[in-house]
Design a protein around this ligand. Structure first.
Ligand code: 25A
Ligand code: L14
Length: 341
């Protein structure tokens, strides 16, 4: 395991992807104590040069012996790569922070949002899982409300950007938009239908209960992160033709009564949250404003019209940052703290 020392050898697996590139940027921006940075991807990307700290890092092909001498490995290359290579990386003595869904619900794998459940990191750990992007931004907003008023039910609809499905989906939305505006026909490869100028109530695969896997991740991961399976959650996940940042409409019912102004005060001083709630000036969270930022933006906080103990709000965050790369680097910082640095 990692020795106490000032700088660490870091590997990014899936470094050429939409999330991997932001992992490099976030390590740099947060001035993470990196000694050597290794960038891994598939054979397709070997030799590509990625910018890092004023220089470049050359991409290498991921192999079983890639983790020799690595202290912390950040994975974002999809579930099958994580299933195969995360145990190999742990075996070579490094911490793995995994962004895929492969390990999240495993009993001994901590599932961490640093503002919400840092203590779940535990004493010994090999693989640490980064939650799903839609779950992270919702739970950052739910946590202070749950602590204060005890949440009973959550109804949530998501408006998720295409970058969640990786770089190929970003290209698909661009190409389809151009073709439609030029009066040409469109092709779809990543999604089952045209995404440009459309909304798809379908993210990840359908399960037997009629919900999608993305929707069930929001239920199961929230229970695990908040250590409370009694919270009832009813999700609908929708893909919208937006490039970056996910938005969510959330309705929360609590055991104790809430005052809207009190909830706003609570949210505004909670870690990782920025309250943007000034409808008189047309100010509320927007995907285009959240893009490139690490916080979770909350607004449109208002009393429910049907019962006393419920509120509605709108929550927006950059899915590639707080939903993935930024949260992963924050977890890496927790690991360093645990090591005494
Ligand atoms: O398998 P799943 O679970 O269904 O996951 C599907 C995809 O979702 C993305 C990720 O796509 C993943 O492949 N993803 C996963 N978790 C995500 C999350 N939380 C997530 N997206 C958002 N939020 P991706 O395309 O963004 O990144 C894939 C990365 O994995 C590398 N990879 C693939 N197979 C591999 C492998 N690495 C090692 N071994 C393998 N067998 C993949 O590398 C990429 O880094 P690549 O060599 O295939 O590179 C893809 C090429 O795409 C171009 N490109 C990507 N991003 C950009 C870009 N070009 C310009 N700008 C960009 N931002 C490059 O040309 C690159 O070479
Ligand atoms: O489970 O397609 O983290 O938007 C996140 C992105 C699943 C797919 C996860 C998408 C992925 C999702």
């Amino acid at each position: 395991m990692v020795d106490k020392k000032y700088k660490y050898n870091i590997a990014v697996v899936g470094a050429t992807g939409a999330v991997g590139r932001r992992m490099l940027v976030t390590l740099e921006e947060r001035n993470f104590p990196v000694d050597r940075l290794s960038a891994f991807a598939s054979a397709r990307s070997v030799g590509q040069r990625l910018p890092f700290r004023g220089g470049v890092v050359e991409v290498k092909e991921l192999r079983e012996d890639s983790f020799m001498g690595v202290d912390i490995a950040l994975f974002s290359a999809g579930s099958s790569i994580s299933k195969k290579y995360a145990p190999i990386a742990v075996e070579s003595g490094c911490f793995v922070i995994d962004n895929s869904s492969a390990w999240r619900m495993e009993k001994d794998v901590p599932l961490i949002i640093p503002e919400v459940n840092p203590s779940a990191l535990g004493e010994k750990c090999g693989i640490i899982a980064n939650p799903n992007c839609s779950t992270i931004q919702m739970v950052v907003a739910l946590k202070p409300i749950h602590d204060q008023y005890r949440i009973r039910k959550v109804f949530v609809s998501t408006y998720q950007s295409v970058s969640g499905s990786g770089q190929k989906a970003i290209e698909e939305l661009k190409q389809q938009s151009r073709n439609i505006l030029d009066g040409k026909s469109v092709e779809n490869h990543v999604y089952p239908h045209q995404i440009a100028f459309n909304c798809l109530p379908h993210i990840d695969v359908f399960m037997e209960n009629g919900y999608t896997k993305e929707e069930m991740k929001m239920v199961n991961e929230t229970h695990k992160i908040l250590s409370d399976s009694t919270i009832e959650i009813s999700p609908t996940a929708v893909r919208v033709p937006v490039f970056y940042s996910h938005s969510e409409s959330v309705r929360v019912e609590t055991e104790l009564p809430m005052e809207v102004d009190e909830v706003k005060g609570l949210l505004s001083k909670s870690p990782g949250i920025s309250l943007v709630d000034n409808p008189g000036e047309n100010e509320y969270p927007l995907a285009v404003d959240a893009c490139g930022k690490g916080e979770v933006f909350v607004g449109r906080v208002r009393a429910d019209l049907t019962v006393d103990n419920a509120i509605n709000f709108w929550v927006v965050s950059d899915n590639l940052l707080k939903g993935a790369a930024y949260n992963a680097v924050q977890i890496a910082e927790l690991v360093l703290k645990r090591l005494g640095n």
